[in-house]
Write a protein that binds this ligand. Sequence first.
Ligand code: PXL
Length: 287
Amino acid sequence: MDNACGLVAAIHDLSGFGRCSLSVIMPALSAMGMQVCAVPTAILSTHTGGMGEVEMRDLTDYTAGALRHYRRLGLSFDCVYSGFLSSEDQIGHCLEFFEAYPLALHVVDPVLGDHGRAYRTVTPGIQKRMRELVGAADIITPNLTEVAMLLGCDYPKGPLTASLAKSLLARLGELGPRQAIITGLSLATDTMVNVGYDRERGAYWRAECEYVPASYPGTGDLFASVITGSLLRGDSLPLAMSRATSFVQLCVKTTYGYGTDPRFGVLLEKSLPWLTREEIMTGYSGL
Ligand code: PXL
């Protein structure tokens, strides 16, 4: 890393209320010792998960100009990490960021949908081009809905077998990324697992957590951010998966215990100090 701390270009939306995207990505990565350069793709009053009509501004005419400025400044990013994109052109802008910083870690969280449905702002065109971006990534972190959209298959209902999870991971690897993680799977009742694949090592991993009967926006953003921070700090894929899984579980269980409105996201402010710890994590096993 050239920079005093890892410098991350975070290409995501800024949702004011509801604890998702840049509102949680920036504090999480900062707590892990990374410097975040926010490249907002859109500004929204809240996330789009059930808080009524959202005030939104698309910033497609901003991202390419921001990249030109960073190049003039001679900034060298250690990581380019993309998430929620509000237009097809922004996918092209992310690819330009990747091309401008070929040695940076390219992380793509292909934010397209959840619970078997596309998010309101995700057009068929965005869905289609997202495959191109995934192809240029080093690591991707889709949930099962996003996996189905990327692979063009049906959304699998009910618990998955380990062998189906492995074959989905292998198919994601064929799209191009060296490493792929599928988040929030149920392989058996009462647990949730995040499963990962390292194409070069031919290795499959799982990191398990307790099932909690509530769903919060922004947990996918937190998971991908902790994966990003961990890899930049030198963790291997399974160690990064263990850290990210433990952190999201901590956030979810803390929040569930308080019984706050799930639409408001997880109580990140209470859990954030845990991320400053640097112990080695071993909560993973083979898949
Ligand atoms: O956390 C994913 C996300 C990001 N950005 C916006 C969203 C969501 C999920 O609902 O609505 C605007």
